[in-house]
Design a protein around this ligand. Structure first.
Ligand SMILES: *[C@@H]1O[C@H](CO)[C@@H](O)[C@H](O)[C@H]1NC(C)=O
Ligand SMILES: *[C@@H]1O[C@H](CO)[C@@H](O)[C@H](O)[C@H]1NC(C)=O
Ligand SMILES: *[C@@H]1O[C@H](CO)[C@@H](O)[C@H](O)[C@H]1NC(C)=O
Ligand SMILES: *[C@@H]1O[C@H](CO)[C@@H](O)[C@H](O)[C@H]1NC(C)=O
Ligand SMILES: *[C@@H]1O[C@H](CO)[C@@H](O)[C@H](O)[C@H]1NC(C)=O
Ligand SMILES: *[C@@H]1O[C@H](CO)[C@@H](O)[C@H](O)[C@H]1NC(C)=O
Ligand SMILES: *[C@@H]1O[C@H](CO)[C@@H](O)[C@H](O)[C@H]1NC(C)=O
Ligand SMILES: *[C@@H]1O[C@H](CO)[C@@H](O)[C@H](O)[C@H]1NC(C)=O
Ligand SMILES: *[C@@H]1O[C@H](CO)[C@@H](O)[C@H](O)[C@H]1NC(C)=O
Length: 551
């Protein structure tokens, strides 16, 4: 390693001397790039950090007009890349994310870009403190390349917003990318960055991973501080990474979880000592599917045959066959409690927590710029998008709070569900539960809601889930290589290491991920004088979702 460092240092000094920092090295092919791949190219002197960043930006310029996944690019991205090149030349190219371009869902507070939640009324909202996870990324050497579109305020799964418009699925331009972190899903599938981030109140890290043939981790409640993230629910909110492979997912999780105990988010006090400072990359190795016991939740399938459900059922059946062939035992779990529709209507507690959480976020002294100071002001502004199926949710949120008489019994119900889940694990001696993230293919653009998703179980119980690609639907003219299908792997609290280990083995017995045909073209890096401005395309918001109409 020191020898390689020395070599690359000399090489970089030479290139700086010969051509200035904008070295005329071959541009690095960033399609499907990995953290290790970028590092090998950089440390081997095959490219520069600036060229890596320019190549990702070139891809964004080429394909974002079709996908509409990006809200803003970081105006400082190129100068930060130059700083990295100088640091590398000085022998200081360190950090597990050194020069790794990362995209953040636009509900993560950043000081160099406004944080909008995709909401027009928050376009001028300017944090003056980075979210702790953003600081952790930067300290590890990452370059925050920009911010991605999301479903307005992360409240649904269609990934359409008043500020960012409709994000499009790169595998099928007639479909949504899942959501709410759909901008990150589409962007990472299209290799706009090495990995990205999302948030998850019910489904939002897992639905975009599933719909874009990606990996994500929703951590155990408390593992990663949610400070500086536009909130919805104290009980259900979680944040995490979305990546193209398990290895990068583990590195990203290690950095995000390194924030550790944060007095501003009191659930982080629950982190057990075995998870403090844990290196999730180390957890990937060893282990075997031989003898592993996986529970398959029958209630999380839709067995009505149709072009939207049969491909999901077939993909999961093929996955079960592959896992069984590798020595795992798959145990059917038939308990009627595992019914996502019933769980959502009984225990989803967002509507009682949203207003208080949001009001607290909007009134923090560190939030500058132009923004409303209450949720009610936001919804009187006329500058927001609520889809009709959410009218009653928003109506309730605007008047409700945790002092609502139903709150304690809902919380008790969640506790009961958590106990029932523990019993399912113990009575069947399970290592993990598996099921489709979504019982049907990700819905078409213009649909009334993102139906059929199964995220609620982990959202309520705070259990960790790693989502993996499980298959593709048959190809059609709209979906030249088919529509991606994803599987959730749910574990007991603080079992992220074990789940990542299982996910790595699953990805080995069944290699599923393919890059989308629509963005597979190589785009050459351009020498850029400055970061181009991205203007989100709002003209394609389906007329079903009127902006500024609440009732
Ligand atoms: C190396 O880079 C890190 C991170 O940018 C910085 O904190 C440190 O001071 C640098 N060390 C040297 C010797 O330049
Ligand atoms: C960010 O917010 C500031 C302060 O409200 C505003 O002046 C600026 O125009 C915003 N930036 C963008 C890109 O909208
Ligand atoms: C934890 O923080 C929440 C939200 O900020 C607050 O409502 C709650 O009372 C706190 N709980 C404890 C035990 O400190
Ligand atoms: C799941 O719950 C919903 C709503 O409570 C109910 O209509 C449906 O019949 C249940 N499904 C099954 C398979 O029991
Ligand atoms: C929302 O509240 C308004 C005003 O109280 C009411 O007119 C409307 O019917 C409500 N909509 C729903 C879907 O509850
Ligand atoms: C209390 O919450 C329920 C939903 O759980 C809602 O229907 C009701 O309007 C709320 N009441 C108040 C006073 O907030
Ligand atoms: C929780 O479980 C207890 C004991 O089984 C039961 O009495 C109670 O009704 C349950 N509460 C809810 C909200 O499900
Ligand atoms: C199950 O799939 C059928 C066929 O696509 C669909 O009509 C139905 O709404 C789905 N059921 C649920 C509960 O999502
Ligand atoms: C599906 O893919 C195959 C192989 O690339 C191709 O021959 C066929 O025409 C495609 N089918 C459709 C409906 O596009």
């Amino acid at each position: 390693m020191p020898k390689m460092q020395l070599f690359s240092t000399l090489l970089h000094l030479l290139t700086l001397y010969l051509g200035g920092i904008h070295a005329q090295l071959d541009s690095y092919d960033v399609r499907e790039s990995t953290i290790d791949g970028v590092h090998n190219a950089l440390y081997g002197g095959l490219t520069t950090c600036r060229a890596v960043v320019e190549t990702f930006i070139a891809r964004i310029e080429a394909f974002n007009p079709a996908l509409n996944a990006i809200i803003t690019l970081n105006p400082n991205a190129l100068s930060i890349a130059d700083d990295k090149d100088y640091a590398l030349a000085a022998g200081n190219g360190t950090g597990s994310l050194f020069c790794i371009p990362v995209l953040l869902k636009d509900n993560y507070d950043t000081t160099d870009m406004n944080t909008t939640g995709g909401c027009l009324d928050l376009a001028g909202s300017q944090p003056t403190v980075d979210a702790p996870v953003v600081t952790a990324f930067e300290n590890a050497g990452a370059i925050i390349l920009g911010k991605t579109n999301l479903h307005e305020l992360a409240l649904e799964g269609l990934s359409v917003s008043s500020l960012g418009g409709q994000t499009v699925n790169p595998y099928d331009f007639t479909r949504t990318p899942g959501g709410s972190s759909g901008g990150t899903g589409a962007a990472i599938a299209a290799s706009f960055a090495v990995f990205g981030t999302g948030t998850d109140t019910v489904n939002s890290l897992r639905s975009p991973a599933s719909a874009n043939s990606l990996f994500s981790v929703r951590p155990t409640r408390g593992l990663i501080s949610r400070t500086g993230i536009i909130p919805i629910s104290y009980t259900q909110d979680a944040i995490g990474p979305i990546a193209r492979n398990v290895e990068d997912l583990a590195v990203a999780l290690t950095i995000m979880a390194s924030v550790g105990y944060d007095p501003s988010d009191n659930v982080t006090a629950l982190i057990p000592s075995s998870s403090i400072g844990k290196d999730y990359s180390a957890a990937l190795y060893g282990g075997s599917l031989q003898g592993m016991r996986l529970g398959l939740i029958e209630g999380f399938f839709n067995r009505t045959a149709s072009s939207e459900t049969t491909p999901v059922n077939n993909a999961l059946a093929a996955m079960v066959t592959a896992l069984t062939a590798a020595g795992a035992t798959v145990i059917p779990i038939d308990e009627t409690i595992y019914n996502s529709t019933a769980l959502s209507s009984a225990y989803d507690v967002q509507k009682l927590e949203f207003r208080q959480e949001m009001d607290a976020y909007l009134t923090r002294p560190s939030l500058h710029g132009t923004h409303p100071s209450t949720l009610n002001q936001l919804y009187s502004s006329g500058e927001f998008l609520v889809i009709p199926s959410q009218y009653s949710f928003v109506n309730t949120s605007l008047v409700s709070s945790t002092s609502n008489a139903t709150y304690p019994s809902i919380k008790l119900g969640i506790q009961n569900l958590t106990t029932a889940l523990e019993n399912t694990f113990k009575s069947n001696t399970l290592d993990a539960l598996i099921y489709p993230e979504q019982a049907n293919l990700v819905v078409k653009i213009g649909s009334p809601s993102q139906i059929g998703r199964n995220g609620i179980l982990a959202a309520l119980t705070g259990s960790p889930v790693v989502t993996v690609p499980a298959g593709f639907s048959p190809n059609t003219t709209d979906a030249p290589i088919g529509v991606p299908i994803g599987m959730e792997i749910l574990g007991m609290p603080w079992s992220e290491g074990k789940l990542l280990n299982i996910a790595k083995m699953v990805a080995e017995v069944k290699r599923v991920r393919k890059m989308p045909a629509s963005t597979e073209m190589v785009v050459e890096s351009q020498s850029l004088a400055q970061v181009p401005k991205i203007v989100p395309d709002t003209k394609d918001i389906p007329s079903l979702y009127p902006v500024g109409v609440l009732y």
